[in-house]
Design a protein around this ligand. Structure first.
Ligand SMILES: NC(=O)CC[C@H](N)C(=O)O
Length: 363
């Protein structure tokens, strides 16, 4: 493996020096960290991470290689990775190749040999910010800064229409009795697997599909997917969600889909200090009183006050670390959503019951 040097520059001027991994070059995005101990390929292929540089806090990355079969999407759209110890050598019975080759194949530049504990503490205290990874500029700080200035701010960025499917496609058994129209804002494939496993036939539509096109397939319910970017600038999706609610059919939203459902009810969203990304986030279900350990990946959140002031909304789930709203449901309609990931790939399976509840609503 090459041992070329690389630099990581954060928007606040902090510099880390390390070793290049993946494709030589320069790439920028919003830096964020995921605390999961496993599941790097699932993280890298989750379209919700589009435009972000991912720091993984687990100290070894690459050691179990990658598989060729589709994970959360067929190829990663992340802007880079930051790791502590990178392993080009991998050991896993069903691995098809090394993470190094995979990063090169997908044009991803990364940096290794970084003190990720220090970096994460930095992001945790200073908040989300843009960053750039480069193997090209080395000591040319002005050059690096110029590249960093070209990286767009995640606040106000619409990305779903760039990562969603271009054409509708089907998923599951076409003879299934329940049909769900899924609006793809950057959907994770494990959501579709979870629906299909429960006897749901899915048709996945591009983000900007109109209600009439969705209705033409006569679905029994609607699913609003996860996805990258800022929900506050997705007027087209909020409008469609509002129209979907008017049909009175069951609606389920996950992560970005949850934020859009909330926006459709007049709730605003805002950017968090550094977001929630990991596979051990504690949630309390306020309806059952039970807690769940959940998988999460979000940088925006719905405004609690707006939810509380909306007489048609009920807070169903709360994040136990910071009290943010983690789930809502409408009182007047069969519609609900969660800020976290019940399909949890990777992650604990505590929240799978939400898919069962969606299916029951449609039955
Ligand atoms: N996983 C997601 O759907 C993320 C939603 C949104 N882009 C956020 O960062 O909050």
């Amino acid at each position: 493996m090459n041992k070329q040097k690389a630099t990581l520059l954060l928007a606040d001027g902090t510099i880390f020096r390390g070793t290049l991994i993946g494709k030589p070059g320069t790439n920028g995005g919003e830096i964020c960290f995921n605390t999961g101990m496993t599941g790097y390929q699932e993280i890298y292929t989750d379209p919700s991470y589009t435009g972000q540089i991912i720091v993984t806090t687990t100290s070894h990355i690459g050691n179990y290689g990658v598989i060729d079969t589709e994970v959360e999407s067929d190829s990663p759209t992340i802007s880079g990775i930051v790791v502590n110890t990178f392993s080009d050598v991998y050991s896993r019975l069903d691995a098809d190749g090394s993470l190094q080759d995979y990063l090169v194949k997908h044009n991803i530049t990364g940096i290794a040999d970084i003190d990720t504990r220090m970096l994460v503490r930095h992001i945790r205290s200073k908040g989300a910010m843009n960053a750039i990874i480069s193997s090209e500029f080395e000591d040319d700080l002005a050059g690096l800064k110029a590249e960093l200035n070209l990286v767009p701010d995640m606040n106000g960025l619409e990305l779903s229409s760039k990562v969603c499917t271009k054409e509708p496609y089907f998923f599951g058994d076409e003879n299934a009795t329940i049909k769900v129209a899924c609006l793809d804002f950057g959907i994770k494939k494990n959501i579709l697997r979870n629906l299909a496993d429960r006897g749901v036939y899915c048709k996945v539509f591009p983000a900007k599909t109109s209600l009439s096109e969705l209705q033409a397939w006569s679905p029994n319910g609607y699913f609003l997917s996860n996805g990258p970017g800022d929900p506050a600038v997705m007027e087209y999706a909020v409008n469609t969600t509002r129209e979907i609610l008017e049909t009175g059919k069951p609606v389920f939203g996950i992560c970005l889909g949850h934020q859009l459902l909330a926006e459709a009810c007049g709730v605003s969203t805002y950017k968090m200090h550094h977001g929630h990304r990991g596979i051990n986030h504690p949630i309390k279900n306020l309806v059952t009183g039970k807690s769940e350990i959940t998988s999460q990946n979000h940088g925006f959140v719905v405004k609690r006050e707006d939810v509380e002031n909306n007489s048609d909304l009920e807070i169903t789930h709360v994040h136990l670390n910071d009290g943010t709203v983690a789930g809502i449901k409408l009182k007047s309609k069969p519609a609900f959503s969660v800020q976290y990931h019940p399909e949890s790939a990777p992650g604990p399976h505590d929240s799978r019951y939400l898919f069962d509840e969606f299916v029951s609503l449609m039955q």
